[in-house]
Ligand binder design. Structure first.
Ligand code: SF4
Length: 233
């Protein structure tokens, strides 16, 4: 019997999935604390480090109690793959994970974050996690982050993840095209949304037409359209 673990939880809330291939579904969200990146435009900076915001360690059994009964669970962050997510595979629940694509889930992880916080988890079992909905969001150069070609190649080599990019303008579309070519990401598994946290930022028909003409899917960002930058949405 594996020992119980505890999870760093920033917030738990019920809402709609705002982006990507499951956009619009009702779900319970768990936002984990801690991220291995520092994207310049990150809208959840409070989830980066130990002192970044209000969060708590939650015992595995307590977290499972709070998730029980939800049909769809969305595990996000921060970077959720810093955590032993397979402990949360509740029977009957559909698990969705939003990851930045810089971590290979089937390898054990030992990490020390910038503030000295140590994190670790065993390898996740591929035979379990391949049945989940994975949305991998590689960061473009506008994030100021280096990315991880090795990890992205791992994700690209599997038939089950989706890929989601956020574009601020035509230059980003060129970079997405280069990335999808380099890693052979098929268009039907690529979603592109628009950067911004205001309704106006999401209403750019010319950019959406360019996304579609590249052979990708367009992802609305429903939470931004409905609630702007409100937290817990
Ligand atoms: S990977 Fe996500 S949570 Fe982490 S810094 Fe980038 S946008 Fe923020």
């Amino acid at each position: 019997m594996p020992r119980p673990v505890r999870f760093p939880v920033n917030e738990i809330f019920d809402s709609l999935q705002g982006e990507g291939p499951r956009c619009g579904i009702r779900a319970r969200f768990v936002r984990f604390q801690f991220c291995n990146l520092t994207c310049s435009w990150c809208d959840t900076k409070e989830s980066w480090l130990a002192k970044s915001g209000a969060w708590n360690w939650v015992e595995e059994t307590d977290l499972i109690d709070r998730l029980r009964g939800a049909r769809d669970l969305i595990l996000t962050g921060g970077e959720p793959l810093l955590q032993p997510l397979d402990r949360l595979a509740l029977p009957g629940a559909r698990i969705h994970v939003e990851t930045n694509g810089t971590i290979i889930p089937t390898r054990p992880l030992e990490a020390v974050l910038r503030d000295g916080t140590p994190l670790g988890r065993p390898a996740l079992r591929e035979e379990l996690i391949r049945d989940w909905t994975w949305v991998v969001s590689p960061k473009l150069s506008n994030s100021g982050q280096p990315g991880s070609p090795e990890a992205l190649a791992w994700w690209a080599s599997r038939p089950w993840p989706f890929f989601k990019f956020i574009a601020a303008g035509p230059t980003d579309l060129e970079e997405i095209a280069e990335t999808t070519r380099q890693f052979r990401l098929p268009g039907e598994r690529v979603w592109v949304g628009l950067e911004g946290r205001t309704r106006d930022s999401q209403c750019r028909p010319a950019l959406v037409e360019a996304i579609i003409s590249n052979g990708w899917n367009y992802s609305p960002r429903l939470h931004v359209i409905l609630w702007g930058a409100e937290k817990g949405r």
